[in-house]
Design a binder for this molecule. Structure first.
Ligand SMILES: [Zn+2]
Length: 251
């Protein structure tokens, strides 16, 4: 079956002198892997059309029951050049991609909202937005869209409105009130209010939220610990260290 779908290139693995295996997130099929024969040929038809983090229209030959598709045609929708050339944007796009590939496994249902989230995250990073709020806000939205959402305003145990001193429980799924909070630990209210905003605001408006120095690193750690409990596996986020090193963690 030959199909055509818009997709983002999330990973490129060299398969031979001239071929790549691509990991794509596509609008119509979700996460897919595709062999791109000749992708590395200097004068090949794929030259410049399968760059990391770029968005393209891909023609894929798919076979029932096969995990690896074959890319037969590709054209660029958006190059996203700054995501490959700017160190901040590159680290941000890399970290969000690692999250996406951790949360969305092979065989997942395609999701228009997830596709549009990737599009928004990449566009904002490409335009020079501060990466930390985009990553933290984007990951919060991604967890919600993939069925791992959390509560930020009502106690997950009894439903009471929660404010002031905030306790958090990974296993319960978000904030817990003082009465139910035996298993909870305290989290700075600035992080909870950011995550609450992330549930309802656009990423563009979240990009303007500044936290204290280290605030977003703490927020990211909370999201990572939470996701590890709910996905029941360790997340290896290699870009996290790079992000911490090159960026001012307050924004
Ligand atoms: Zn409660």
């Amino acid at each position: 079956m030959r199909v055509s779908t818009p997709a983002f290139v999330l990973r490129r693995v060299r398969w031979s002198d001239s071929s790549l295996i691509l990991t794509l997130y596509s609008l119509d099929y979700g996460r897919v892997s595709a062999m791109a024969r000749g992708a590395l040929r200097p004068k090949g038809k794929f030259l410049g059309r399968m760059e990391l983090f770029s968005q393209g229209e891909f023609q894929l030959a798919r076979r029932e029951g096969r995990e690896l598709d074959t890319a037969t045609e590709a054209s660029v929708i958006k190059h996203n050049l700054a995501l490959r050339t700017g160190s901040r944007a590159f680290a941000g796009a890399g970290l969000f991609t690692e999250w996406l590939l951790s949360v969305v496994s092979h065989g997942n249902e395609p999701s228009g909202p997830v596709y549009r989230l990737v599009e928004e995250v990449f566009s904002l990073l490409e335009a020079g937005a501060p990466p930390w709020p985009i990553i933290c806000g984007g990951v919060a939205k991604l967890l919600q869209l993939s069925g791992h959402g959390f509560s930020t305003d009502t106690c997950v145990a009894c439903g009471a409105k929660v404010d002031a001193a905030v306790l958090w429980s990974h296993s319960s799924g978000g904030v817990v009130c003082g009465k139910c909070g035996e298993t909870g630990f305290s989290v700075k209210s600035g992080i909870i209010s950011f995550l609450s905003r992330a549930g309802s605001s656009s990423l563009e408006s979240l990009a303007r939220v500044s936290l204290w120095s280290d605030g977003y690193i703490q927020c990211h750690s909370l999201l990572k610990d939470y996701a590890q409990v709910h996905l029941e596996r360790r997340l290896l986020l290699k870009s996290e260290k790079v992000m911490k090193e090159i960026l001012d963690a307050g924004q």
